[in-house]
Design a binder for this molecule. Sequence first.
Ligand code: ATP
Ligand code: ATP
Ligand code: MG
Ligand code: MG
Lengths: 228, 228
Amino acid sequence: IVQTAKLGRSYRDGSNTIEALCDVDLTVRSGEFVSLAGPSGSGKSTLLNCIGGLDQPSSGSVSVGGVNLGDLNSSDLADLRLSRIGFVFQAFNLIPVLSALENVEFIMQLQGIHAEERHTRAEAMLEALGIGELATRRPGELSGGQQQRVAVARAIVSRPLLLLADEPSANLDSAATADLLNLLQQINTEQGMTIITATHDPAVMAFSRRRIQLKDGKIVSDTQAGDQ
Amino acid sequence: IVQTAKLGRSYRDGSNTIEALCDVDLTVRSGEFVSLAGPSGSGKSTLLNCIGGLDQPSSGSVSVGGVNLGDLNSSDLADLRLSRIGFVFQAFNLIPVLSALENVEFIMQLQGIHAEERHTRAEAMLEALGIGELATRRPGELSGGQQQRVAVARAIVSRPLLLLADEPSANLDSAATADLLNLLQQINTEQGMTIITATHDPAVMAFSRRRIQLKDGKIVSDTQAGDQ
Ligand SMILES: Nc1ncnc2c1ncn2[C@@H]1O[C@H](COP(=O)(O)OP(=O)(O)OP(=O)(O)O)[C@@H](O)[C@H]1O
Ligand SMILES: Nc1ncnc2c1ncn2[C@@H]1O[C@H](COP(=O)(O)OP(=O)(O)OP(=O)(O)O)[C@@H](O)[C@H]1O
Ligand SMILES: [Mg+2]
Ligand SMILES: [Mg+2]
C-alpha cells in the first residue's frame, strides 16, 4: 500500500523553479494494478521515483507499507527497497558486465538467497518472459526489447510487495507486451503484488484496473476500469 | 538511396552462431519513407546499424548513395556518416555533459558550420519538437520522452540525405508522436530526406508509405501503403 500526501518535487534550473510534481495526494491499496498516464514530461517517472524512495520529495510525504520514507535513514531506506520494492527503470539500468541471468540474480544475492535457488528462479523468470535462451548474454549483446525484459525479470523475481514499472513495454512489440502483461496479471492475482506502472501504451492501460492521469505534475483524473 | 545485397550479420555466442540478419536484399529509393516492423529481436536495429555504417556485415554488402560501404576506410566512412546520414539511436546516446542545445549543435560543429547558424538551427529544431524551453538542460535533467526528442533533433538538424530512426516514438505519448511524425513528413516532403525507421508503433507505421516486415533476421513482407 502506498500513500502520498501533498507530494511535491521541484528542481532549480538557473533562476527558474520547475515543479515536476505538485500537491500529489495518492492512495494505492495492496493488490491494486494502477497505470499512471500522461504526456511526456508530466511527472510520471518523478512520481515513481518518489514512491520507490529513489528520489526525495521537496515537500509533502510518501509512505510505503505504513512507513514514512522521510523518516528513514539511507541505510534503512535501502533495506526497504531491497525487501519490498521492485523497480523497472525507463532506461533499464542493467549492469553491463553481468550476464542477463546474473543481472536477474543480483537482487536475490543481496537478499541472501542461496545460489541454487537464485539460479532456478532467475532462469524461470527469463523463460516466462520469452528470453530464456539469452541467459548468458550481456546487455550489450541484446536487442532493446530483450534488455527491457531482463529489466522486468530483475524487478519481479525478488517477489516484491510493490512493483514500480516505468514504461515497461516501450521497446516491446504487441506480442511481447501481451506476454508481459499476462505475467504481471498472474503475479498480481496469485501473489497479490501491487503494481504501479507509468506508461503511454494503451495495451498496458487496458490491463490495469485504475488509471491516474497526470498533467504538468498534478493528478487530473483517477478512474476505475468500468467507470466512464 | 540505399541498397543491400544478400546482407548478413551473425554473432558467435560461445559455440552458437546467431544470425541477426540473413540474406537481406533491400532497395530504398531517394525520398521514400519506410518502416521496418517486426518482433523484438527480429533484426531491426541490426539492419539500421548496417545501413548506417555503424556495424559491419558478416556477409553481403550495403551501398548508400551508390557508395559500397565495404569499400571505405574508417575515416571515409565517418565522413560519409557525418555528411549524409542522421541516426536516432534506440538508447538515444546523448552526451551527458552537454546541454540539449549543445547535443543538437554538436554534429553541425563537426561539419564546420558557424556558431551563429548552429545556434539558430538547433534552437528552431528543439522548438519544432516542443522542447525549445529545455535547451540549457543536460540529458540527466530531462524526462525519457524529452531525451528522445533531443536525439531526434540532433539527427535531423544536420539535414542528412538519409535519416535512420530506431524506435523514435518509444518513449513518447500520442500527442508528441503526432508532432514528431508531422515534422518528419514535412522534411521528407520539403527536403526529400529519405527516412527508414524501425518501429513497433502503429502510428509510425501508418505515416510511412512502405512497410518492410522482419522476422528472425529475414524480410518476410514488403508492402506499399494502399496495397492490401
Ligand atoms: N553482440 C551480440 N551477440 C549475440 N547476439 C546479438 C548481439 N547483438 C544483437 N544480437 C541478437 O541479434 C538479434 C537482433 O537484434 P536487434 O537488436 O537487431 O533486434 P531488434 O529487431 O532491434 O529488436 P528490438 O525490437 O527488441 O529492439 C537479437 O536476437 C539479438 O539478441
Ligand atoms: N534534474 C532536473 N532538473 C530540472 N527539471 C527536471 C529534472 N529532472 C526532471 N525534470 C523535469 O521534470 C518534469 C517531469 O519529468 P518526468 O521524468 O517525471 O516526466 P515523465 O512523465 O516521466 O515523462 P516521459 O513520459 O517523457 O518519460 C519534466 O518536465 C522534466 O524536464
Ligand atoms: Mg518518464
Ligand atoms: Mg532494436
